[in-house]
Design a protein around this ligand. Structure first.
Ligand code: MD3
Ligand code: FE
Length: 204
């Protein structure tokens, strides 16, 4: 079912459940070509979340900063192609949420182990901020923090569970958000991990 979260943000609860097995198989395929990797922030910290990407562009962080690029700066190789199912599924979810024209050119895949977290941040490295971001959560549940437009604004907490899809568009696109440290557990599909796929339009 669809649950409005804020202006421009909709949670499609459990929307990815049926495809979860197929999506995870494709995550394994992508990560066999471009392994999950704990990147270093421009400030020199190792991220607790491990990442990989697929698509024409990938998001990464290194000493030079955060950017989308056609190649992984760690290897010099192009990112694995975005699987058709990823592109189709993301477009379909965006359509449900009122963004019928969305076609992602980048998919960032985050892998959380127990204790891994993402501190409050904004996603604003994309060229056209009118395009939404579609996020798909798989495996262990996590507490998502959804703040305001300033880092210090109060944040609401929302549990994101296996199969939950969220479409972030409109004014919600620039809200601060993050993930609290993952609690340990075992999920039948993903084991000790949580995965989050975010589908993005990096460039017009
Ligand atoms: C709200 N990922 O990759 S998904 C990220 O669970 C990111 O891995 C989190 O934040 C995760 O940048 C949260 C939900 C999400 C994704 C993108 C957003 C919320 C968003 C962009 C704008 C506003
Ligand atoms: Fe984000």
């Amino acid at each position: 079912w669809a649950e409005p979260l804020a202006d421009g943000a909709v949670i499609l609860r459990r929307w990815a459940r049926e495809e979860a097995g197929n999506l995870m198989r494709l995550v394994e395929e992508v990560s066999s070509q471009n392994p999950f990797h704990h990147r270093i922030t421009p400030g020199g910290h190792r991220m607790s979340v491990a990442m990989t990407n697929c698509g024409d562009f990938g998001w990464s962080s290194d000493a030079r900063g955060y950017q989308y690029s056609e190649r992984d700066s760690a290897t010099g190789h192009r990112w694995p192609a975005m699987p058709d199912l990823f592109r189709r599924f993301a477009s379909q979810c965006a359509g449900e949420a009122g963004f019928p024209q969305f076609t992602p050119d980048a998919c960032l895949i985050n892998r959380y182990e127990p204790g891994a977290k993402l501190t409050l941040h904004q996603d604003k490295d994309e060229q056209d901020l009118k395009q939404p971001i579609v996020s798909v959560s798989l495996g262990l549940p996590a507490v998502f923090q959804f703040g305001g437009f300033e880092r210090g604004d109060a944040a609401q907490r929302v549990l994101l569970e296996h199969g939950d899809v969220v479409v972030w568009g409109g004014p919600s696109r620039l809200r601060f958000h993050g993930i609290l440290p993952l609690k340990p557990g075992i999920h039948p599909l993903t084991g000790a991990f949580r995965f989050n796929l975010t589908f993005r339009r990096a460039f017009r």
